[in-house]
Design a protein around this ligand. Structure first.
Ligand code: ZN
Length: 339
């Protein structure tokens, strides 16, 4: 089958023939229609030289398609069902998994990163990771949805426990996480301050953000926020180092800072007195559990949240797409078509 792969021969991503997977017990084979990339695809590309993963490696964390083949014991889904997939794979046997906290599993893997992903004609996944999609949801939107939506859902609902009326600061607002976070906060009755770059301001406004600040021009964005608010109740942070101190500084009393990524670096200093005097929380979040995945996808299935598509290109353009993400030139999701 055709697949977009990293190999030991080159740092370039290329489309090559690789072996079509066969399903084991409890697994299904999906014929892929579309796939989308996430930050983990970029991280893998950039760390490939030092990686111990076997070559070739098929990329693609998010994807949609139709059920092509069923492994033994699979009865939850039928051939030709239209589906999307939870990209988090766990052992389903350890204590964390049995407690329903799959992303805390020591064997947790992300499709396309730890194991072969969906940038291919066919992909093998556990049947319990698969969810049928409504007839009116396109394969392109279905492929763009899973990783960012499940991540934002865990951050806002399970971790930060967003209440209606609360003020949420979305950092990196033009990215995959940010564009979903703005929409989900609005659906849940919150108010959004979005921080983004100049060229993304207009599109971020159109997503429904109540206030949009341009970090390239509003260098004192933290002071501006405190001019019209008592601080923010929740910060959604996929950025890390560059905004760390300011975003903790402007937390309201009882505020929650939820960090999901470190696109600008991993170190930040924390004003400890501020933290305890405000009784604030700093929380890490990562992917989701299986229940949260199903609940998060309802926002997509009902049309309450619509992933923003930066572009839809052929799978041969995957390398260019990952480079675009590296340069932060994208708004929303980069989607690719197989075939
Ligand atoms: Zn486990």
């Amino acid at each position: 089958m055709k697949a977009a792969v990293l190999t030991r021969d080159s740092l370039e991503i290329s489309v090559q023939d690789v072996k079509k997977p066969k399903p084991s017990k409890g697994e299904v084979i999906i014929k892929v229609k579309n796939f989308a990339i996430n930050r983990v695809d970029l991280i893998l590309r950039d760390s490939w030289l030092n990686s111990s993963k076997s070559s070739p490696h098929v990329l693609g964390t998010d994807f949609s398609g139709v059920i092509h083949e069923l492994g033994i014991g699979v009865s939850s889904i039928k051939i030709d069902d239209r589906v999307l997939v939870n990209p988090g794979i766990s052992c389903m046997e350890c204590l964390s998994c049995r407690k329903g906290e799959q992303s805390l599993c020591n064997d947790f893997q992300i499709l396309g990163y730890g194991v072969w992903g969906g940038a291919a004609e066919y992909v093998k996944v556990p049947a319990h990771n698969v969810l049928k999609i409504p007839d009116n949801l396109s394969f392109e939107l279905a492929a763009a949805a899973p990783l960012t939506t499940l991540t934002v859902y865990r951050m806002l609902v399970s971790k930060a426990r967003l209440s209606p009326g609360e003020l949420v600061l979305v950092l990196g607002a033009g990215g995959g996480i940010g564009t979903i976070a703005i929409q989900m906060v609005k659906v849940m009755g919150g108010r959004v301050i979005a921080l983004t770059s100049t060229e993304k301001v207009q599109q971020v406004k159109e997503l429904g953000a109540d206030f949009v600040l341009d970090y390239k021009h509003d260098l004192d964005w933290d002071k501006k926020i405190l001019e019209f608010s008592q601080g923010v109740d929740i910060t959604i942070d996929p950025v890390g180092e560059s905004t760390w101190e300011k975003s903790l500084q402007i937390l309201a009393k009882g505020g929650r800072h939820v960090v999901i990524g470190v696109t600008t670096g991993t170190l930040g200093s924390t004003h400890i007195r501020n933290l305890y005097s405000k009784q604030a929380y700093i929380m890490g979040s990562y992917m989701s559990n299986n229940r949260e995945f199903v609940e998060a996808m309802q926002f997509i299935f009902t049309g309450q949240i619509k992933p923003v598509l930066d572009s839809i290109q052929s799978m041969e353009r995957l390398g260019d797409g990952i480079e675009k993400m590296a340069r932060n030139r994208h708004i929303g999701k980069l989607v690719f078509t197989v075939g």
